[in-house]
Design a protein around this ligand. Structure first.
Ligand SMILES: *[C@@H]1O[C@H](CO)[C@@H](O)[C@H](O)[C@H]1NC(C)=O
Ligand SMILES: *[C@@H]1O[C@H](CO)[C@@H](O)[C@H](O)[C@H]1NC(C)=O
Ligand SMILES: *[C@@H]1O[C@H](CO)[C@@H](O)[C@H](O)[C@H]1NC(C)=O
Ligand SMILES: *[C@@H]1O[C@H](CO)[C@@H](O)[C@H](O)[C@H]1NC(C)=O
Ligand SMILES: *[C@@H]1O[C@H](CO)[C@@H](O)[C@H](O)[C@H]1NC(C)=O
Ligand SMILES: *[C@@H]1O[C@H](CO)[C@@H](O)[C@H](O)[C@H]1NC(C)=O
Length: 523
């Protein structure tokens, strides 16, 4: 059987990781060594987001987590016999293997939500791993009426092992290219965040941020003739398919062993709306009647028409930086605001920007720029490969300036250290910006859940996003920076998970942004 060969088979042949030259004995240290050492602070941060131990990759699926054999049970209400708004609902999840035996250890990626389709209500559950094959999902009860529990196994703990191993042994599963050109001479070379020094390199490491980037040196051209950057290709790894089967064990619902729904009664007299929970972090918000309601943050208002949005944006300079999930925000504003005129710097169907949109009458300027490499969506001119931290250093800031950042999807393929380093440099630049212009509004959009396709999972799994998302939250904790919690929003919403969330979710995220920009007095 194909699975039994997993341990011995080389997963792919190219490109070589930059650590190939090193010994294989310290696999988990290799990347950090081959790339750059982490500071003690960064290491502590990584430790704080550590995922539980997961088992060795077994030879057959038999002993691995099987959503079809796993169940959840709504735990009986503790006192009074009924659920009320303000209470918490707990569901106990038991993971079993393909032969129906309870698992003995944790590390599965389980997600949960409580929802009601008619009330258009939903909230993310927080899942506690008991490290013995059982998990508890905890939900705040925030609305009156029906509420239904949904539990999903995204990855078995064995699949997590595979994802971990891939990162350790094959930190580079995507490669890039650049065209070098001078006169009639041109050459195309392979580029990456690091490259095995088997031939001369061009070193494009950014002098300000220290972000590394390399290409192999063209034979007949100099390093400064590089004119663009684009994706070379992915190394799709097929050997692990059995652990990522979209009908078997990849983002599959787990059934309830009893009822999967409850009825929530009105809040009891004298009880708070939401009791403080022992399970942290508290949810960022929830959906009710189709609208996102923030918990504990600024009240979210609805900006349902162009005039309300334009009014809020009047006099503002909005800088959007990041991947295509940020560009969706820019596109949304351009779609709904007829007076906002979009300007594309390059006269072609460039999806990487930079873009600019202006409403001269209202003095609105919205800009979008993608983050620096690695970025794999399209061909980008070398002159437009900017790191966000450097861009932030060029902003004066102030009460009319808004900075929005979303960096995740293109960095999920690389070891978390790469992401961490990138966000650290952005964090430092944000601190400098807030230092010189404390009135600047800084908003960070978190990662969201995606549709999990078997092949793409090994490149960009929700688990990879989740690791980065946790690091992001730890990194920006305590700073005067607002998060738009796309993770919880996409988990709470009834629309399917998608790398590029559908318009209603974008609208909800923009509502949060505008609510920070234009807080309104409570009526
Ligand atoms: C897996 O379980 C099936 C059914 O119980 C059994 O026939 C098969 O031999 C098992 N495979 C392995 C590798 O243990
Ligand atoms: C697993 O751990 C939890 C929390 O410690 C405990 O309540 C539960 O009984 C344990 N389950 C088993 C099967 O040991
Ligand atoms: C690349 O350049 C950076 C910055 O000048 C330098 O620190 C680094 O050592 C260089 N790396 C290699 C492999 O030459
Ligand atoms: C470099 O130039 C030489 C001499 O013109 C030519 O033979 C060779 O093919 C060129 N190499 C590449 C990679 O373009
Ligand atoms: C749960 O759902 C079922 C059908 O989906 C329904 O018949 C039942 O009344 C619901 N129970 C509660 C407590 O809402
Ligand atoms: C736009 O929305 C605002 C706020 O919700 C509302 O007061 C206003 O009447 C709406 N304007 C139009 C033209 O619909």
């Amino acid at each position: 059987r194909q699975l039994s060969r997993l341990k011995t088979q080389p997963l792919h042949t190219r490109p070589q990781s930059c650590n190939q030259a090193h010994t294989n004995t310290q696999k988990d240290k290799l990347w950090g060594r081959g790339y750059q050492q982490l500071s003690p602070e960064e290491r502590r941060l990584l430790d704080s987001i550590a995922w539980p131990e997961t088992p060795h990759v077994p030879v057959s699926l038999n002993t691995t987590s099987d959503p079809a054999h796993s169940t959840f049970t709504i735990l009986p209400v503790r006192a009074g016999g009924q659920w009320h708004v303000g209470d918490e609902l707990e569901a106990l999840i038991q993971i079993r293997d393909f032969q129906g035996r309870p698992k003995q250890f944790g590390g599965d990626l389980v997600i949960a939500r409580l929802y009601d389709p008619e009330l258009l209500a939903g909230v993310a559950g927080r899942v506690v791993d008991h490290l013995n094959g059982s998990y508890t999902a905890v939900f705040p009860l925030l609305w009156e009426g029906r509420a239904q529990v949904e539990v999903t196994l995204v990855h078995s703990s064995e699949a997590i092992t595979v994802l971990r191993r891939l990162t350790m042994e094959h930190p580079i599963r995507i490669y890039f290219k650049s065209l070098f050109q001078s006169g009639s001479v041109s050459e195309t070379m392979v580029c990456n965040i690091c490259l095995p020094p088997t031939q001369p390199l061009c070193n494009y490491t950014d002098l300000h941020t220290g972000e590394p980037w390399f290409c192999y040196k063209p034979k007949n051209l100099s390093c400064d003739t590089r004119i663009n950057h684009y994706k070379g290709g992915f190394n799709i790894l097929n050997s692990f398919c059995a652990f990522f089967h979209s009908e078997v064990n990849l983002k599959i619902p787990i059934q309830a062993s009893g009822p999967h729904n409850i009825t929530v009664l009105p809040k009891e007299k004298g009880q708070p709306e939401v009791k403080s929970s022992t399970v942290k972090p508290e949810p960022a918000g929830y959906y009710y009647q189709g609208a996102w309601r923030a918990l504990g943050g600024a009240t979210v208002h609805q900006f349902n028409n162009a005039s309300a949005i334009s009014q809020c944006l009047t006099g503002k300079l909005v800088h959007m930086y990041g991947d295509s999930t940020m560009r969706q925000w820019f596109d949304y504003l351009n779609r709904v605001l007829p007076d906002l005129k979009k300007f594309k710097l390059y006269n072609r169907k460039s999806i990487s920007g930079p873009y600019m949109a202006v409403d001269v009458a209202r003095n609105i300027l919205v800009k979008y720029r993608c983050h620096g490499p690695p970025i794999f969506w399209t061909t980008i001119p070398t002159s437009e490969l900017h790191y966000i931290a450097n861009e932030l250093d060029s902003i004066a800031g102030g009460s009319n300036t808004v900075v929005v950042v979303s960096v995740w999807a293109h960095l999920s393929t690389f070891p978390v250290e790469v992401y961490l380093r990138r966000m650290y440099s952005i964090r430092k630049a944000v601190l400098r910006l807030l230092d010189r212009a404390p009135d600047t509004l800084v908003v960070i959009r978190t990662a969201n859940l995606k549709a999990m396709m078997p092949g793409a999972v090994l490149i960009n799994s929700d688990w990879y996003s989740l690791q980065r998302d946790r690091a992001l939250r730890a990194l920006f904790k305590g700073l005067n920076v607002h998060l738009v919690d796309a993770w919880e929003m996409s988990l709470s919403h009834h629309l399917p998970h998608s790398l590029h969330p559908q318009t209603p979710l974008i609208k909800d995220m923009i509502d949060i942004l505008l609510s920070h920009m234009c807080p309104q007095e409570k009526a």
